[in-house]
Design a protein around this ligand. Sequence first.
Ligand SMILES: C[S@@+](CC[C@H](N)C(=O)[O-])C[C@H]1O[C@@H](n2cnc3c(N)ncnc32)[C@H](O)[C@@H]1O
Length: 215
Amino acid sequence: MEPDFWHQRWHNNQIGFHESAVNPSLVTHLPSLELAGGSRVFVPLCGKTLDIGWLLSQGYSVVGAELSQLAVEQLFTDLGIEPGITEAGRLSRYHARGIDIFVGDIFDLTPKMVGQVDAVYDRAALVALPEPMRKQYTAHLSAISRVAPQLLITFEYDQQLMNGPPFSVPNNEVHSHYDDHYRVVSLSSGPLVGGLKGKTAAIANVWLLKSRPQG
Ligand SMILES: C[S@@+](CC[C@H](N)C(=O)[O-])C[C@H]1O[C@@H](n2cnc3c(N)ncnc32)[C@H](O)[C@@H]1O
């Protein structure tokens, strides 16, 4: 999707992807990452997800990337935090104690800008992107996170029945993106209650991507 697509969605408040509660799969499966207290979790394409506030409440630090300044302003308002704002290359960095959110195109982020990442949490990020962009995104995400372990949520459904986003990302595609760098483990797989957007039957898959030992 082009940036304008997302800017329009935020401008018009067409943000059906935004959940009104913390994602249950995050709460259930975060322990699988076996993170030390105070670990820094990267949330790509973060929007204003409530999952960030929950991660902070659990004692983690968060680094995020989001195209929409509107979304990030709303995120900080919802958190009740006044951010400092600094330039970071072609992006802006909204920051406060324990939280850094880069506003701009994730593809303009470098590993150095992102800094330490102990884990990645991808909810509605990979599936938000059309197929040609997903390969570029997964390679870039692996690079800027330095292949940090990852909790990933995907959907699988008949793409003929509905246009994305969210897009169907078949299981073999997840493996094709990540098998070179990770051991890809299925944590759960089951029908999405109520279907996708309330109309299309879909399977929700939760994955643990474990970094392979290097060398
Ligand atoms: C489907 S939403 C998911 C938001 C969030 N992960 C959640 O669970 O609510 C995808 C988000 O990615 C952002 N986005 C899309 N392309 C992006 C890019 N190239 N760089 C940074 N953010 C992007 C959009 O503005 C949108 O907020």
